[in-house]
Design a binder for this molecule. Structure first.
Ligand code: ADP
Length: 465
């Protein structure tokens, strides 16, 4: 079996299983099994960088490089987080088109590719992750890399009209054809990619073979999952989860809890969600004093203006809701701006009768999956999920809502509050079975099988006789 090389903006955590999410654990498992290499940004900025640092972590190697401060501003904060992130989530209004950002992005993709190239072996399988490294494969090919290289996009792929607003979209899409396999979260993302290739770039599609710019590649949807059994076990059996569950139940004093857990990001629809909760309290007085909404939202990307503004807006809204509706012995909205340990989160999910996950646009949304995995099958909670989260295609038994429609979300919460045990169990079981089938190991293995077994055959067939 060939060595696996994973490339992603952030590496790990590799050793700290409690901190690592399902994705990191799944990738580390694959790397350990085959003795692989994980390569990416160290997380540090350093203007006198010492190049690539390689360290051994048990059976696998970690390779990292620093960014200079300019690179951090232009590539990471600039093109990745102020350009690609908002645009791919349909927020053209928040997209900052700046040539300097794009140049920085290209430079960093080239720099990281040239850092990896000398470490590569002839028969390595290379798997590149996410929007930070769209151009990475092309840079590697320019250096002469002939290995199988796959790419997985963890965020949505936008519609052609939206993508076309990006000044350098043609070069970015052309660069994607350096990969052998492109993976998307949902078949809708895949369709939008194919649509772009056909309508804007003059390519053609046959099954999952997409031809353009003189290359044929495989493009397919691989919806990412979680470690379903592991998460369910952690929620039900770990000491930390149990303790957190008990603490939550005690503090609720017989009231029901509704939970939302999201990075503080404008794609997550948090202001709309707060408004929907307010609407519920307004329209359904029986919810007052009976339901507590816990929103956990750790700050992220705090040096980008749009994130700071949203944080202020949410503080205003939560103060308003609690001021308007709160009683001396009932705080309707508990809004917490910090990260929780994964085990504690699992306990909090399990203590919540409703999971309210209503992003305006989301590649997949793992929190929705974790919420279901954490439930007690005897008395499960109800998931309310945005129809614009990728997860909705795999979770049709959730209550689907339009997150922009405040009244619809308020009504869905009321519906969830009174749902019968029988219906909750039926929905839960169907959702849980789906999560068990399509877990993160299945995702990883099906992507790698495509890259290692289908793509090479395909590459051979493509070569002229
Ligand atoms: P995104 O990748 O956009 O942040 P996802 O829902 O797909 O959204 O993944 C978020 C991951 O981060 C989940 O695994 C979730 O458990 C974790 N997470 C989110 N909020 C917190 C928090 N407050 N504390 C700890 N982990 C969190």
């Amino acid at each position: 079996m060939s060595r696996l090389v994973i490339v992603s903006n952030r590496v790990g955590p590799v050793r700290d299983a409690a901190r690592a999410g399902g994705l990191a654990v799944a990738l580390v498992d694959a790397l350990r099994a085959r003795g692989g290499l994980w390569y990416g940004w160290s997380g540090d900025t350093n203007n006198q960088s010492a190049g690539v640092k390689v360290e051994q972590a048990g059976a696998l190697q970690l390779a990292t490089a620093d960014l200079t401060e300019d690179e951090y501003d232009d590539y990471y904060n600039g093109f990745a987080n102020r350009c690609l992130w908002p645009l791919f989530h349909y927020r053209i209004d928040l997209t900052a088109f700046d040539r300097r950002y794009y140049e920085g992005y290209r430079r960093v993709n080239a720099k990281f590719a040239s850092g990896l190239f000398p470490l590569l072996r002839k028969d390595d399988t290379i798997w590149v992750h996410d929007y930070h490294f769209l151009a990475f494969g092309n840079e590697l090919r320019q250096m002469g890399a002939e290995q199988a290289i796959g790419f997985f996009l963890h965020i949505p792929f936008p519609s052609p009209e939206v993508l076309a607003t990006l000044p350098n979209h043609d070069a970015l899409v052309r660069g994607l054809f350096a990969y052998d396999v492109l993976g998307f979260q949902t078949s809708r993302d895949l369709e939008r990619f194919c649509d772009f290739v056909v309508r804007e770039a003059g390519g053609h599609v046959e099954g999952d073979h997409v031809t353009c710019f003189g290359r044929t590649i495989i493009a397919r949807a691989f919806p990412i999952g979680i470690d379903t059994d592991g998460f369910a076990k952690m929620a039900a059996e770990s000491e930390d989860a149990r303790r957190q569950h008990e603490k939550a139940v005690r503090s609720l004093r017989g009231r029901a809890q509704m939970i939302g857990v999201d990075r503080l990001d404008y794609t997550k629809g948090l202001p709309e969600r707060f408004q929907a909760f307010e609407r519920l309290l307004d329209d359904y007085p029986d919810a007052r004093g009976e339901l507590v909404y816990l929103q956990i939202a750790p700050t992220s990307r705090g040096d980008v203006q749009a994130y700071r503004e949203m944080r202020q807006e949410l503080e205003g809204l939560s103060g308003h809701i609690n001021g308007q509706y709160g009683e001396f012995d009932w705080t309707p909205l508990r809004y917490i701006n910090r990260a929780f340990a994964r085990r504690s989160l699992a306990g909090l999910y399990r203590a919540s009768k409703i999971g309210l996950i209503t992003p305006l646009r989301d590649g997949m949304n793992l929190v929705a999956k974790e919420y279901i995995a954490a439930q007690n099958p005897e008395d499960p909670g109800v998931l309310i999920l945005s129809r614009f989260a990728g997860a909705i295609y795999q979770m049709p038994e959730a209550i689907a809502v339009n997150p922009y429609d405040i009244k619809e979300v308020a009504d869905a919460i009321q519906n969830a509050r009174y749902m019968s045990l029988e219906e909750r169990q039926e929905r839960f079981q169907a959702l849980f079975d789906g999560l068990k089938r399509d877990d993160v190991a299945y995702w990883r293995d099906s992507f790698l099988a495509t890259l290692e077994h289908e793509a090479p055959m395909h590459r051979k067939a493509e070569r002229p006789a």
